[in-house]
Design a protein around this ligand. Sequence first.
Ligand code: AMP
Length: 280
Amino acid sequence: MGAPGSGKGTQAQRLEKQFGIPQISTGDILRKHLAEGTSLGLRAKEIMASGGYVDDETMLAIIRERLSQPDAAKGFILDGFPRTVAQAEGLSKLLTELGTPLDAVVLFEVDTEQLVKRVSGRRTCEFCKKVFNVNFAPPGGECVPGRTEHSLVQRPDDREDTFKERLRKYEEDTRRPVSRYYAYTGLMRTVDADGEIDAITQRLLDTLKAGSGAVAAPKKKRAPQRRAKPAAKSRARKVVRRTVRKVAKKTAPKRKVKRKVARKPARRARPTRTRRKSKR
Ligand code: AMP
């Protein structure tokens, strides 16, 4: 999970290489449909161009079909899915059916100013499909055989107006509600996704190692890490912490409450009178 431009695609591709499991990007799947002119592509075109979300039923059908492919049997990285609580619920049901529970849900947190810079500079090569950034990662390397230069285009939904709407939609329908949904499962991991790509990958891997499985692992002693900037300490983290505390409170075994018997206040011993010595 992460806002548009938070780098979830870039990091998912790195995990794909490292773990040998496919990155499943619902945005990429939709763009492929669009390029091929399928009926789904035609339907999604306007929605994507306006920064809205494609309906949950369609998205769940896409994921069901994709997860049934053999390369997903060993595991998978979902990128940009689920984006709504309904999708998260549908995914939970589907994964129960398939017997492949999630190991972690990662939330990428990036400063809005940084997001704008990243998205406004993002360009894709029409031919080799590599993604560059004119502000941070200028085009380089090889294109497809026979081409010496990349041909860069901007994603229509990366233009300013659409981007703002995507960001609004993400805040409203995804970040808060979906992270709340997963907070109860103990799977949520928040990654400060500001900074160098390599450093973010390291943080992501550390977070995944620190706690996998259904319950967050207890904190281990680790080498001191770079402290997160205050700006990156998001509201989402607070919500997660608050919810975890609530759950812990609810699930804690109830102690027998001893009835308090009101004790009579002990009588104060009368102060012994001391005779004043006469001044005389
Ligand atoms: P992305 O490449 O992940 O930023 O996705 C691009 C666009 O595809 C989004 O702005 C949505 O319009 C659409 N999209 C991708 N994934 C989903 C999803 N899980 N639910 C609804 N719409 C999606």
